[in-house]
Design a protein around this ligand. Sequence first.
Ligand SMILES: Cc1cc2nc3c(=O)[nH]c(=O)nc-3n(C[C@H](O)[C@H](O)[C@H](O)COP(=O)(O)OP(=O)(O)OC[C@H]3O[C@@H](n4cnc5c(N)ncnc54)[C@H](O)[C@@H]3O)c2cc1C
Length: 485
Amino acid sequence: MTVVGGGHNALVAAAYLARAGLSVLVLERLERRGGVAGATDLFPGHGARFARHSSFLSPLPLGVVEELGLDLPRAPLPTPCAPPPGHDDHEAWRAFHTDVAGVIDRVAPTLLEPLPVERAVREAVDDAAWADLVLRPIGETVERRFTDDTVRGLVAADALVGTSASLHDPSLAPNRTFLHRHLGRRPGADQPLPLGGRGADLLAQAAVEAGAEILTSAGVSRIEGGDEGAEVTWHDATGGHTVGSRHVLSDVAPWVLRILLGDGEDPDSKPAGSQLAITMLVERLPSLRSGDDPATALAAGLPVGGYAGLEQARLDAAEGRLPAALPGELRSPSLLETGVLGDESADGRHLLTFLGHHTPAALFAHDRDARRDEAVERALASIDELLTEPVRSLLATDHDGSPCLTAAVPQDVEDDLATPGGQLFHGDLEWPWAPNRARLETPAQRWGVQTDVGSVLVCGSGARRAGVVAGVGGHNAAQAVLEGR
Ligand SMILES: Cc1cc2nc3c(=O)[nH]c(=O)nc-3n(C[C@H](O)[C@H](O)[C@H](O)COP(=O)(O)OP(=O)(O)OC[C@H]3O[C@@H](n4cnc5c(N)ncnc54)[C@H](O)[C@@H]3O)c2cc1C
């Protein structure tokens, strides 16, 4: 078994397959393992280790954590703060989140099982909830059900992670993003804490202890496959190598996989990212103009900019302008995972992450450094609207005296992680169920991990249910291989 790419989904698949007794080789082009979820030293002279550019990684499903014996702490995940009783949208918020829970509670238990068909999911969900979340554009739902701009923005932002589509887009791509985002963080449950710190290291350890071999600095350049087996060619410091195996699992984006399979590069179908990711180390949490407790608000995620601001930013970006006010979400992942700061958490320091919306790659196509700097300034100005003190005044400095702030636009993410277009999810997300008429004949089809080549399966974010939900693609590709033995 050969696994191409060494992101966290690859490591989950490798651990399952090696534990089942298969010989597993993982090939990763970077010097480190874990892909997006792999922690790196963020700022020279400080102990902060976190997944660079990530705002908050979804937790691994409990089933995966238990089956792989991962030693991750558990806690209830914080949920966005509801409008208080007496607020116009208080009841609307409760009713809406009951509807969301109705769909999520039906779908979440199926993620680690063969794909359900749409009909089976739909029959178990309230008709009105299904219509609002699955049939009509999420923008229509938000505008009909909420009146307050901030509340509308809070709900809508979950549909815009990594995409600059309109909330009224008839493709319903924002609806799918919304659903995957909520699948990744079921409220209230006693969840294993997210993966941004040492989670990927634990996964790599589980895979190696089970007998998998993980090679880093091993970039794959070609896959030649048929229905019965495939050969993978990679290069490392010693030269080129080729290995054959019954199955190849692909943790790289489907667009990259097609190139490796020899289909050539198709610029028209290349995914395009749309996010600005800022990571900062601050001496202490900022205080909020709202008077809310920053620890509570920043653990849950603080929306920056309301609904009207999101729409204005989309229009600006569509016309080729960097949005004047940059909407997004501000979080502090170190409130959940204190370990990511090393000894520095005792000094009151924290990581702050900002995930900015509507900053598509096209805006940074020329003069990237200057445009990125400009985007950061606009994002910080938008953040400052919510604080009683400028966020810059709270930044720690590194050993050269530079402020501890890193920022990445989609092109930076592509350069770092070979994620085409810097798109967060390796391409557009799909519904986490099969269409009613889907062919579900092979194990790979039943688990939603098939490609056009019988011996090559997708284990990464491009699998039907991988999306933001950590580890699901890796688990499901491994189950398809084991079922087909
Ligand atoms: C910048 C960023 C931030 C994100 N933030 C969040 C978040 O906060 N919360 C959340 O839930 N989700 C987030 N996501 C989405 C999430 O990480 C993905 O949906 C998915 O989980 C990625 O994991 P993966 O294992 O599928 O792939 P990846 O982590 O992308 O791993 C793929 C690996 O393949 C390697 N590779 C690529 N080409 C080759 C090659 N030719 N040969 C060998 N190796 C190769 C890459 O170097 C990489 O290590 C983020 C994604 C990105 C890109």
